[in-house]
Ligand binder design. Structure first.
Ligand SMILES: [Zn+2]
Ligand SMILES: [Zn+2]
Length: 306
């Protein structure tokens, strides 16, 4: 075989394979389509350009019947990040304290991998999380707004990292309405523009992460907890961006967070929700998120009732 013929064959094969890959990921209208292998439902979840997620039984004539679809998930999980709002209200209505532990960047895929590898024994001891959808684009501000309002970006109006007030009430507003107290423990910046009492933290010991300070602050708060407390850990996402979501560095940090969560749970009596905002995919030497992919769009939700 001549060298030229070999190169032409190789290029043709690569073109064919890349075409096949693209084809697998698109529906007949050319929309990105994710098939969930587990498949809890028989329908579809359609993500639309205006920031909504619409469940539907059929995707026939989707371009005519939906407001600008941008992607489809076939057999989507039943749960979605907006469920956290309702679950929190339910706990408050039953006069139980509620704690939301928010592990930034922990997608369902890596959560499962970490469980199987024995990296997160505390989370594992709580049983398998519900697989849930997050909103699009799967980035912190957008998903966080949907988590605390129970509505998709179409209604939160948060579609990017641009900081602006939410036009609809959050669970913190709902708590205040019910005469209940709430607090949010954060890193060094406020992500949401919201009235909630926010405790900001800095990397006091300069060890490269604020989560140890956030953890210490959470333990202090738990001595006399508000009715609703949300603790937002960022380090897994940070390490994932720098080293890759499945890197030793990121997984080691995830195991540190698991030990924080274990100790927090020991010191708390109330309902607990452990969840995330989005996943993360490999990109170059590190990680990124914001794409229409199962890796970025599926998150775990763990609910532990008192
Ligand atoms: Zn995030
Ligand atoms: Zn991130």
């Amino acid at each position: 075989m001549s060298k030229k013929f070999f190169i032409i064959s190789l290029i043709s094969l690569l073109l064919f394979l890349s075409g096949a890959l693209l084809f697998i990921g698109l529906d007949k209208d050319g929309l990105p389509m994710i098939k969930d292998a587990v498949g809890e439902t028989s329908g579809f979840a359609v993500y639309t350009k205006d920031g909504d997620v619409i469940p539907t039984r059929t995707i026939k004539n989707i371009k005519k019947t939906m407001p600008s679809p941008i992607g489809i998930i076939e057999n989507p999980p039943l749960a979605i990040i907006t469920d956290i709002y309702g679950k929190t209200l339910e706990s408050m209505d039953n006069d139980r304290l509620v704690l939301i532990i928010y592990v930034d960047g922990l997608g369902y895929e890596i959560y499962k991998k970490a469980m199987d590898r024995g990296i997160i024994p505390c989370l594992k001891s709580l049983g398998t999380a519900k697989k849930a959808l997050t909103v699009y684009p799967p980035i912190t501000d957008v998903a966080f707004a949907s988590m605390v309002t129970g509505r998709t970006p179409k209604y939160t109006t948060i579609h990017s990292r641009e900081k602006k007030p939410l036009p609809i009430p959050t669970i913190f507003d709902k708590a205040a309405e019910k005469g209940k107290t709430s607090k949010l423990i954060e890193g060094d910046i406020r992500i949401l523009v919201d009235e909630v009492e926010t405790i900001l933290n800095i990397d006091e010991n300069k060890n490269g992460t604020i989560d140890d300070e956030i953890y210490e602050r959470a333990l202090e708060e738990l001595q006399s907890p508000p009715h609703l407390l949300l603790v937002h850990f960022h380090s897994y996402d940070d390490f994932g961006h720098t080293y890759g979501p499945g890197s030793q560095e990121a997984l080691n940090q995830l195991s540190v967070l698991d030990s924080y969560i274990e100790n927090i749970l020991k010191n708390y009596t109330g309902d607990v929700i452990i969840t995330s905002d989005h996943g993360m995919h490999d990109e170059g030497d590190g990680g990124s998120h914001g794409s229409f992919s199962g890796t970025d769009l599926f998150i775990p939700i763990i609910i532990k009732n008192q």
